[in-house]
Write a protein that binds this ligand. Structure first.
Ligand code: PAF
Length: 287
C-alpha cells in the first residue's frame, strides 16, 4: 500500500533492511515514534525530522504493553489513511505500522525499565506504563537505526524517561523534544481530545488556563512552589467536570517534587480527568 511516495510497511525486518541500506549509503535517519491519529503536534515532529535528516521513518503503533487493563487500548483512535496522507505531505519516507504480533512474538520476554523517574507523576497511577514505552521505543530505535528521534514536550515525563534511558544504556541516538502545539483556545493537541464531548471540550480549557496562572505567578517573581501549586489546584477545582490526578512542580531532571523555594529549572505538570478522559499538560520554567 502506498500513499503518494510514502511506503507503508508492517514488517520490522523489512524496515531494518531498508534502514541498514540507508546507513551504508551514508544517509541520516530521523524517527518519529507515534501511536497514530496524527495531529499538528505530531506533524511538527515529522516536519523537524524531515528537515534535519535525509530519511524519516514515522511509526504508527498503538503499543499494547504500555496500556494497563481497563485503559483505552481498544478505543484508542485510529485512522491510518489520514496518518499516511499527513506523513506523505511532510515528506516522510516510511510509515512503519506493525501489528502487535510483529513486535511481540510468542516468546517475547525482554523489557527495558527505567527506575525512579517512572514512578512519580503519571507513574503513580500508571505504574507499568513507562516500562511499555521504553521497551517499544528501544525496539523502534533498533529497527529504524535512527540517528535522531523526535518526541513531544507535552509528554514531558516520557521525554525525560527516554533521555535517561538513552544516556544510561548508551544508545547512539540524539533525542529532540519539540514544543507543545495548542488549539487556538489553548488546549494542548492530543489524540485523546477526540473523546471529549462539547461540554467536556470547554471544561478541558481549565488545564491550560490553570497552568497560565502558575506561569504568571513565576513571571511575577513568585518562587514558592507551594503557592504556585495551590493557585493551579484552586483554579482546576472551580471546574465541576474536572477531577485532579496530580498538580506537581518537580525538578526538570530528577522529577523530584520541589516543595519550597524554586532555585533550579522546574517542570510544572498536571494530569486532570475531564469526565472519563485523562488529559495532561505542563510547562517548563527556568528561574
Ligand atoms: O507518545 C506516544 O505516542 C507513545 O508513548 C510512543 C512514544 C509512540 C511509544 O509507544
Amino acid at each position: 500500500m502506498s500513499n503518494d511516495n510514502i511506503k507503508i510497511i508492517s514488517n520490522p525486518d523489512e524496515v531494518q533492511k531498508i534502514s541498514r541500506k540507508w546507513k551504508t549509503e551514508g544517509l541520516t535517519i530521523g524517527l518519529v515514534p507515534t501511536m497514530g491519529y496524527l495531529h499538528e503536534g505530531h506533524q511538527s515532529l515529522i516536519h523537524k525530522s524531515c528537515a534535519q535528516n535525509d530519511r524519516t521513518i514515522v511509526s504508527v503503533f498503538v503499543n499494547p504493553i504500555q496500556f494497563a487493563p481497563g485503559e483505552d487500548l481498544a478505543t484508542y483512535p485510529r485512522d491510518l489513511d489520514a496518518d499516511a496522507a499527513l506523513c506523505a505531505s511532510e515528506g516522510a519516507d516510511i510509515l512503519f505500522h506493525p501489528q502487535p504480533s510483529d513486535m511481540y512474538g510468542e516468546y517475547f520476554s525482554t523489557h527495558v525499565e527505567v527506575d525512579d523517574i517512572t514512578q512519580v507523576l503519571c507513574g503513580k497511577t500508571r505504574p507499568t506504563h513507562f516500562k511499555g514505552v521504553t521497551t517499544v521505543v528501544s525496539k523502534l530505535f533498533n529497527i529504524s537505526k535512527a540517528d535522531r528521534a523526535y518526541f513531544g514536550e507535552k509528554d514531558a515525563q516520557q521525554l525525560a524517561v527516554i533521555k535517561r534511558m538513552v544516556e544510561d544504556l548508551n544508545f547512539d541516538i540524539e533525542i529532540t523534544g519539540c514544543p507543545i502545539v495548542r488549539e487556538a483556545d489553548g488546549l494542548a493537541k492530543s489524540s485523546r481530545n477526540k473523546y471529549l464531548n462539547p461540554e467536556e471540550r470547554k471544561a478541558a480549557l481549565v488545564l491550560s488556563r490553570s497552568l497560565s496562572i502558575g506561569k504568571q505567578l513565576l513571571d511575577n517573581g513568585e518562587r514558592n512552589a507551594n503557592v504556585i501549586r495551590n493557585s493551579i489546584t484552586q483554579e482546576i477545582k472551580k471546574e465541576q467536570l474536572a477531577e485532579i490526578d496530580y498538580v506537581s512542580i518537580v525538578d526538570s531532571v530528577t522529577l523530584k517534587d520541589v516543595d519550597e523555594k524554586i532555585t533550579a529549572p522546574v517542570l510544572t505538570a498536571i494530569a486532570v480527568k475531564i469526565g472519563s478522559t485523562r488529559l495532561i499538560d505542563n510547562f517548563s520554567y527556568t528561574v
